[in-house]
Ligand binder design. Structure first.
Ligand SMILES: NC(=O)c1ccc[n+]([C@@H]2O[C@H](COP(=O)([O-])OP(=O)(O)OC[C@H]3O[C@@H](n4cnc5c(N)ncnc54)[C@H](OP(=O)(O)O)[C@@H]3O)[C@@H](O)[C@H]2O)c1
Length: 326
C-alpha cells in the first residue's frame, strides 16, 4: 500500500446503521469489522447463518484482542454492535423477505455497501431464470437498493450507497440482448466477460441513481478494492487459472490482503472528506475513472429499463415513481 492515503480517524455511534451484503468473509468481513470497531451498528446480510454467526464471533474476539493491545480509535463499547440477517441474492424471493425483515426493524439506514459477489462462475441460471453472476452481483442488489432507498432518503444527513465493483468492468461488453448469456453453451460461456458485465452494470447503476438523487441526502459511489487474496473465485470451474493469475500478481506485488482491500470500501463508506462525493469510482482509496462504456448515459438508461423489466414481478412501475419525483 505504499503511497496510499491512510484510513480516516472516525468515531461512529450505534445509531449509525450500516448494512453490508456478504460481510461474513473476505473484503466484507474486514469492512464490517473495522466500521463496527469505530462504534456503528453493522448488519451483515449473508446467505449462511452458520458462517455469519461464526464470523461475528470471530470479529468480537478480534475486537477484544485489539482492545487489550490498546489499539487507538476503537469504540468504548464492551461488544461490537453486529447482527446477522439472512439474504441470498441468488433468490429474488429471499431479497424480498430480507427487505420485509429489515423494514420490520423500524430502524434507519445510513450506509448500504453492496459488497457480496461471485466471480468467474460457470454458466448457471438462478431460480428466477437469470445468469447467476448477473443476479448475485447486480440484479439482486438492484432490487435491494430500489426498496431500501426510500428508507435511506428518510434517514437524515450523509447517507451513502456504495457498489463494490471491479476493474474487471473494463473487460465487459454491452449488449442487453445477450445479457443472460443464453446464446452460449456451457463449454464456451465466457466467465470473465459475464463477471465483468455484472461489475460494469453496478457502475452504470451508480450514475443513473445519482442523476435521480442528486438533490437528496443519499450519495452513490463505486469502487475497485484491488486484487485481493480472498476466496472470490471458489465457485469457478477453473480455479487453477485464477490461482495462477493470483500468483503472478503476487510476484509483481500488486495483490492485497483482505484488510488492505477493505480500506477502499471503508474510505467510501465513512471518510468525512467524501460526505458529498457522488459518481466517484474509487481505486486505492482515491477517486479514479471507470471506462467510457460505464459512463455512456444512453446505455445506462437502457440498462435501467432492462433491469426494471427483469424485476417486473417484484417492483411495480409506481414503486419507482419516488425516484422521478425527487
Ligand atoms: N477479491 C478480489 O480480488 C476482488 C477484486 C475486485 C472486486 N472484488 C469484489 O469484492 C466483493 C467482495 O469479494 P471478496 O473478494 O471479498 O470475495 P469473498 O471473500 O468470496 O466474499 C464474497 C461474499 O459474497 C457472499 N455471497 C456470495 N454469493 C452470495 C449470495 N448468493 N447471496 C448473498 N451473499 C453472497 C459470500 O458469502 P458466502 O460466504 O456464503 O459464499 C461472501 O460473504 C465482490 O463484489 C467482488 O466482486 C473482489
Amino acid at each position: 500500500m505504499g503511497g496510499s492515503p491512510s484510513l480516516p480517524e472516525v468515531s461512529l455511534t450505534a445509531d449509525r446503521v450500516v448494512l453490508i451484503t456478504g460481510g461474513n468473509t473476505g473484503i466484507g468481513y474486514e469492512t464490517a469489522k473495522w466500521i463496527a470497531m469505530r462504534g456503528a451498528r453493522v448488519i451483515i446480510a449473508c446467505r449462511s447463518e452458520e458462517r455469519a454467526k461464526a464470523a461475528i464471533e470471530q470479529m468480537q474476539a478480534e475486537f477484544k484482542e485489539e482492545r487489550s493491545k490498546g489499539t487507538p480509535g476503537l469504540c468504548s463499547c464492551e461488544t461490537l454492535a453486529l447482527e446477522f440477517m439472512a439474504l441470498d441474492l441468488a433468490s429474488l424471493k429471499s431479497v424480498e423477505s430480507f427487505i420485509d425483515n429489515f423494514k420490520a426493524k423500524e430502524i434507519k439506514l445510513h450506509i448500504l455497501l453492496c459488497n457480496a459477489g461471485i466471480a468467474l462462475h460457470a454458466q448457471e441460471y438462478t431460480e428466477d431464470g437469470f445468469e447467476i453472476m448477473f443476479q448475485v452481483n447486480y440484479l439482486g442488489h438492484f432490487l435491494l437498493v430500489a426498496k431500501l432507498l426510500p428508507l435511506m432518503l428518510n434517514s437524515g444527513e450523509d447517507c451513502r450507497l456504495i457498489f463494490v465493483s471491479s476493474e474487471a468492468h473494463r473487460t465487459a461488453s454491452f449488449d442487453l440482448d445477450k445479457a443472460q448469456g443464453k446464446h452460449h453453451t456451457k463449454e464456451n460461456f465466457k466467465r470473465l466477460l459475464y463477471y465483468g458485465n455484472s461489475k460494469l452494470y453496478q457502475i452504470m447503476q451508480m450514475y443513473v441513481l445519482n442523476r435521480r438523487l442528486q438533490k437528496t441526502n443519499v450519495t452513490i459511489n463505486s469502487l475497485h478494492p484491488g486484487i485481493v487474496e480472498t476466496e472470490i473465485a471458489r465457485n469457478s470451474t477453473d480455479l487453477q487459472a485464477w490461482k495462477l493469475f493470483f500468483q503472478l500478481a503476487k510476484l509483481v506485488h500488486v495483490t492485497k490482503t483482505p484488510i488492505e482491500g477493505a480500506k477502499t470500501s471503508i474510505t467510501a463508506a465513512v471518510n468525512p472528506q467524501f460526505k458529498d462525493t457522488r459518481d466517484a469510482y474509487f481505486v486505492d482509496m482515491k477517486i479514479s475513472q471507470p471506462n467510457s462504456l460505464a459512463r455512456d448515459q444512453e446505455k445506462q438508461e437502457a440498462l435501467w429499463r432492462y433491469s426494471v423489466d427483469c424485476l417486473k414481478d417484484f417492483i411495480k412501475t409506481e414503486d419507482m415513481n419516488y425516484l422521478e419525483e425527487l
